[in-house]
Design a binder for this molecule. Structure first.
Ligand code: ADP
Ligand code: MG
Length: 671
């Protein structure tokens, strides 16, 4: 009878409570978890290295006859065994050993050892090798690649290898599609070439399972009941007529797509992609209005206090003239203010609530939540999105991102969402001219800045550090602030960084927006979303230290009004090739999608999507960088599998796939 992959690892022989606890620290609870705990690399033990060819640092398999052994009393007591293979001596050293071990190294016996060679004094030695003792010269080694596992304290490689060896002798379910055989192979491969092939085939399996689950989730969503929010009283027209600008065609199209979704009785899950400055926020406001027309509430999530505050101001400005009540909830508010806000969220008095992570708290209860809007979604994990979603029956969700995600990735990673793209910038936007400048040219730039400020325009000066650091040679915000304040005595200069209190940050931002400061010296806290149309100049210190996407975001803080804008990328002389490449790409293009492609070449999607930082990626085998090229195959194969008729081989395959991968990751892949 075959084993149940979901069964406890304790079913394996020799696993007691202590070992079980240690395995738990590696996330290994079930047999399946152990099977999916794959080697990080392999050691080649198929060849014996002659001692004369041994070099320090090599991991090698060696043979030799025992010449002698002795207990040494240096800094610590140790056992030293000298072996010789007819050409050269090697010392094997052990610091933990017992009498019987010592006795076993009898002169004239043969030892086969595996370990890392190192010089100890003038002698080549191996400390704590794995070894076997033979009476006669050992036979040629078996061609075997020995797995090396990620592990934790108190769990050695030998122990882990024994455990995964035990997996080999179990009888695994053998429906088609269950990738057990491939997984077992990766624990005991016999050919380096086949390892990558097998890994890639498993990655494909895993991504397909993920895709199918996302698609099924979308189907399931279509069966859920949401509050239908069809066109009603024309409140939206009121907003449009009051706007200081005319919507772009792209905005109009995306608003229409969104409002159509809202009119349905199934919950919307729509992703709006739009480059920095394309005007996503107003789309959110139109969606919120639709909910309000129906007496329902909207929650708007922002990843930072600054952004939440800014959205609050914008929504107030847009919606309060229409008699709509907009509130703000952040973790930085006083307990009293929080309590009051919570009360007016609960009784429905606040129709739109903007907030940060604070909106996730359990104590936040809505009266009639029908719409959840998430801005800069790549900053949040999937899990957090779900928590907020649970606050309404099945609220509609609108998710916005400025990260240009390559289409193939969108199709797989966001297979459960509908996607709208704002592919047009508002008219009258002046292009941003980008310059690069070596830091020694800073005095000239400051002179230029003086002229700009004298004309009534505003500027940002962004630094990568808050305070000077011994390790990193970069101009810190605090230094830049002092420097610029003394160089520009006729202007008001403010300093803003992430270590300041929330209220302080918000007040500085408000004052900058109101024109009370002309220059804002800041760290990259101004990266996301900050919108001050009168700011036309952006100076970025040590731009060589930042990634393309981040630089593009920062640059997007200017060029938001009618005046020509400029961005200066200051770099430290001696930039690396890659750094130069990034700065040039930025100088040449203002197109977020083009830059994303360049970035993809330089860094890979994991970094661009912020998946790595947010810990959102939970693929066991697949790697978004390495396996990005598989995506078209993933879509094609999964779509075929989903079409397969019940009882067919493909259908069985699909089920096998889902059974394994879906249960391997409950958070991501729960169907
Ligand atoms: P993002 O897409 O980066 O979030 P925002 O929503 O912050 O962009 O919009 C950037 C700026 O452009 C804001 O000042 C906003 O009021 C303004 N804006 C939005 N749509 C238009 C438009 N159609 N015409 C002119 N300005 C617009
Ligand atoms: Mg925005």
């Amino acid at each position: 009878m075959s084993v149940d992959p979901q069964g406890s690892v304790a079913e394996l022989q020799g696993i007691g409570p202590k070992l079980q606890e240690t395995l738990g620290r590696l996330g290994i609870f079930r047999l399946l978890d152990l099977l999916i705990h794959l080697p990080a690399r392999y050691q080649d033990r198929s060849k014996v290295t002659p001692l004369a060819a041994l070099r320090a640092g090599d991991d090698c398999l060696v043979d030799g006859e025992v010449i002698g052994s002795k207990v040494t009393f240096g800094r610590s007591r140790g056992l030293e065994v000298i072996i010789n293979d007819g050409q050269r001596d090697l010392r094997l050293r052990f610091f933990h050993f017992n009498k019987s071990q010592q006795r076993a190294f009898e002169a004239g016996k043969y030892v086969r050892a595996f370990g890392t060679a190192a010089f100890i004094g003038r002698h080549l030695a191996m400390a704590h090798p794995e070894y076997q003792i033979f009476d006669d010269p050992p036979p040629p080694p078996k061609p075997e690649l020995i797995p090396v596992y990620p592990t934790t304290q108190g769990l050695g490689q030998a122990r882990l290898r024994n455990l995964t060896r035990a997996l080999q002798s179990l009888e695994w379910p053998s429906q088609p599609g269950t990738p057990f055989e491939k997984l077992l192979y990766l624990h005991r491969p016999d050919d380096f070439g086949a390892i990558e092939q097998t890994r890639e085939s498993l990655a494909l399996d895993e991504l397909c399972a993920y895709y199918v689950v996302m698609k099924r989730r979308a189907l399931k969503r279509r069966k859920q009941q949401a509050t239908s929010l069809p066109q009603k009283s024309g409140l939206g027209r009121g907003l449009r007529d009051n706007l200081a600008f005319k919507l772009t065609q792209a905005q109009t199209r995306v608003i229409r797509e969104t409002l159509e979704d809202l009119g349905k009785e199934t919950p919307m899950l729509r992703l709006i992609q739009g480059d920095v400055g394309s005007g996503k926020t107003i789309v959110a406001a139109f969606a919120a209005i639709r909910a309000i027309e129906h007496g329902c509430q909207t929650a708007v999530m922002a990843p930072t206090e600054l952004l939440a505050e800014q959205h609050h101001l914008n929504f107030q400005q847009w919606l309060e003239p229409l008699g709509i009540r907009v509130g703000l909830l952040t973790g930085q508010m006083s307990a009293k203010a929080q309590r009051e806000t919570l009360a007016s969220i609960a009784n429905g008095e606040l129709q739109v609530v903007i907030g940060t992570h604070a909106l996730f708290q359990e104590k936040v209860a809505f009266d009639q939540l029908a719409l959840v809007i998430i801005d800069e979604q790549h900053r949040f994990g999937v899990h957090q999105r779900m928590t907020l979603q649970n606050k309404g029956a099945f609220p509609h969700q609108l998710v916005m991102t400025a990260t240009p995600i390559p289409r193939t990735l969108t199709m797989t990673l966001y297979a459960d969402m509908d996607v709208s793209v704002i592919d047009e910038l508002p008219k009258g936007r002046q292009p941003i001219t980008t310059h690069t400048a070596a830091q020694p040219n800073r005095p000239e730039l400051i002179m230029r800045l003086r002229d700009v400020l004298a004309q009534g325009q505003q500027a940002y000066w962004v630094c990568t550090l808050i305070e000077p650091s011994d390790e990193i040679d970069a101009l810190a915000a605090e230094e830049a602030f002092e420097l610029l304040r003394s160089e520009l005595p006729d202007f008001e200069v403010a300093l803003l960084h992430g270590r300041m209190k929330g209220e302080e940050k918000v007040e500085i931002m408000r004052a900058f927006k109101a024109g009370e400061y002309q220059l804002l010296v800041a760290t990259t806290v101004v990266e996301v979303g900050v919108d001050v149309p009168n700011a036309t100049h952006m100076f970025i210190e040590n731009a060589e230290r930042l990634g393309l996407a981040q630089l593009h975001q920062l640059r997007g803080r200017v060029g938001r009004g009618h005046l020509a804008s400029r961005c200066f990328l200051l770099f430290k002389p001696g930039v690396s090739q890659a750094g130069q490449h990034r700065l040039n790409a930025l100088r040449e293009s203002q197109d977020g999608f083009y830059l994303a492609e360049q970035d993809l070449k330089l860094r890979g999607p994991g970094d661009i999507l912020g998946i790595r930082q947010s810990g959102e990626q939970s693929f066991k085998i697949a790697d978004l960088d390495e396996d990005a090229h598989l995506m078209p195959k993933v879509v094609k194969r999964s779509e075929n599998l989903m079409q397969a008729s019940k009882g067919s081989a493909e259908h069985a395959y699909l089920n096998g796939l889902l059974n394994t991968w879906a249960s391997a990751d409950t958070e991501h892949l729960s169907v």
